[in-house]
Ligand binder design. Structure first.
Ligand code: FAD
Length: 415
């Protein structure tokens, strides 16, 4: 029997799905084969479902707007096309030993298995402070329960809501919940005529959407006002606690206390890297890596990090779309080199990832408006709605899941 070489990918979201499809489509067929399935891609995810996170702000408002069967998608069917070259494990990576080159997985059935790897791709992403916006190392069930809970709360009268954060997650969520509860202002009005809930966005910044120019942040505020949402700037939340009556008390940095019916912390993220040895992580918990080649150089040969969990990413799907071709080229070189294949030398250079630093971000605010810019060009509200706000880009999720998004390999001058 030829030795089986496992290419193990941890995490099956934007990054892990893209990596798996690209390796299966563009690398495995070109590798020297000692027999059937001498290479195998093993994709590990803490859930059998992919949580389509970018649609979660609208999903928070109502299941009618984004049904669960469009938000939680089965991972395995998209990989049936690859036959014996692919295996999916529903389980949580609990430990990683870079010296022995194996990962410990606790499967969904509770069994602990050790999986040896020839190459390893770390793509376990990040979690948000509110479970509404991310799956975690424990799967997607908590997200689903949290969605159920907020939908149930929204069916009874909600007088007051606090959303913390000034980035796209906070603005999009406030816009969706504002329009759901309060409706939108009429043609010549700046506020809805009879709002049901007072909704406040609290940000410690002096503007909304700090990655965009100030005037776009101001436009976002006007659109939020249209759905009955107000913004408090330069205000820090120091803590929050639940009350026996089901309300939440939010404590601000100056001691002010706000009692609210619904509290949503929508600021920032934390990398999901608890299984990674401490010496391979930076202070914030992101995996240390070569930010150009995406290799985790300190972890031995053929180890890579992509997506939110690595320090190269600025935590966006756009970064991942730029990283997948880099990973594909560099992992192919490394796999061929391990075979002492002459083609590894033919690929004379590593491919290098470069973060897109242009002003690029699209932020729907409610179901008919939006703000944003692409490559430094400000977009009118209608275009933001057309590109993203119309369906929160759910129509593209299927292509990511079944690999059509990665059908063609992006050309590379170094080859
Ligand atoms: C509300 C919201 C909206 C967003 N909208 C946009 C947008 O419109 N455009 C954009 O460019 N970016 C957007 N982003 C950012 C984008 O969602 C992230 O950059 C992206 O999700 C990162 O993908 P990932 O594959 O690296 O990790 P994640 O999407 O975080 O997925 C990681 C996967 O790994 C699994 N996992 C974690 N730990 C383990 C473990 N130990 N073992 C096994 N499996 C594990 C998780 O369950 C999950 O399935 C948004 C983010 C949020 C929070």
């Amino acid at each position: 029997m030829p030795e089986q070489r496992n290419i193990v990918i941890l995490g099956a979201s934007y990054a892990g799905l893209g990596a798996a499809h690209s390796i299966l489509k563009h690398i495995l067929p070109s590798l020297p084969s000692d027999g059937p399935a001498s290479y195998k891609v093993i994709l590990v995810n803490s859930s059998s479902k992919w949580f389509v996170r970018h649609a979660s702000p609208r999903a928070a408002a109502s299941e009618q707007l984004i049904p669960y069967d469009k938000l939680f998608l089965d991972i395995e069917p998209g990989f049936k096309q690859y036959g014996l070259n692919f295996e999916f494990i529903e389980g949580k990576a609990s430990a990683w030993d870079p010296t022995d080159r194996d990962v410990s997985i606790v499967t969904a059935g509770g069994e602990q298995v050790e999986v040896r790897y020839h190459a390893l791709v770390l793509a376990t992403g990040s979690k948000t402070y509110s479970p509404l916006f991310s799956a975690t190392e424990d799967g997607h069930q908590q997200t689903r329960s949290e969605l159920d809970a907020i939908h149930a709360k929204l069916t009874s009268p909600v007088n007051h809501m606090v959303i913390v954060g000034g980035g796209p997650t906070a603005v999009e969520t406030a816009g969706e919940l504002g329009e759901y509860l309060n409706g939108a202002a009429g043609w010549f009005a700046s506020r809805p005529s009879s709002p049901k809930a007072s909704i406040t966005v609290i940000t410690n910044s002096s503007q909304l959407l700090p990655q965009l120019r100030r005037t776009i942040g101001q436009q976002a505020e006007r659109f939020l006002n249209r759905v009955g949402v107000d913004v408090r700037y330069e205000t820090k939340v120091s803590s929050s606690h639940s009350e026996p009556n089901g309300k939440t008390v939010v404590v601000l940095h100056d001691g002010e206390e706000i009692e609210t019916d619904i509290y949503i912390p929508a600021m920032g993220i934390q990398p999901l890297s608890s299984y990674v040895p401490a010496e391979l992580k930076n202070e914030a918990g992101y995996i240390k890596q070569n930010i150009g080649t995406l290799r985790v150089d300190a972890a031995g040969a053929r180890v890579y990090a992509i997506g939110d969990v690595g320090e190269a990413s600025h935590n966006s799907i756009m970064d991942i779309i730029d990283q997948i071709p880099v990973l594909t080229t560099n992992i192919r070189r490394d796999l061929l080199a391990a075979h002492k294949d002459i083609r590894a030398k033919a690929d004379s250079k590593d491919r290098v990832f470069q973060v897109n630093t242009t002003e690029t971000q699209l932020v729907p605010v409610g179901r008919s408006k939006g703000v944003g810019a692409i490559l430094g060009y400000r977009l009118p509200s209608f275009l933001v709605w057309l590109i993203k706000g119309r369906d929160f880009m759910l129509s593209g999720a299927g292509d990511m899941l079944d690999g059509k998004k990665w059908a063609k390999e992006a050309a590379w001058k170094g080859q």
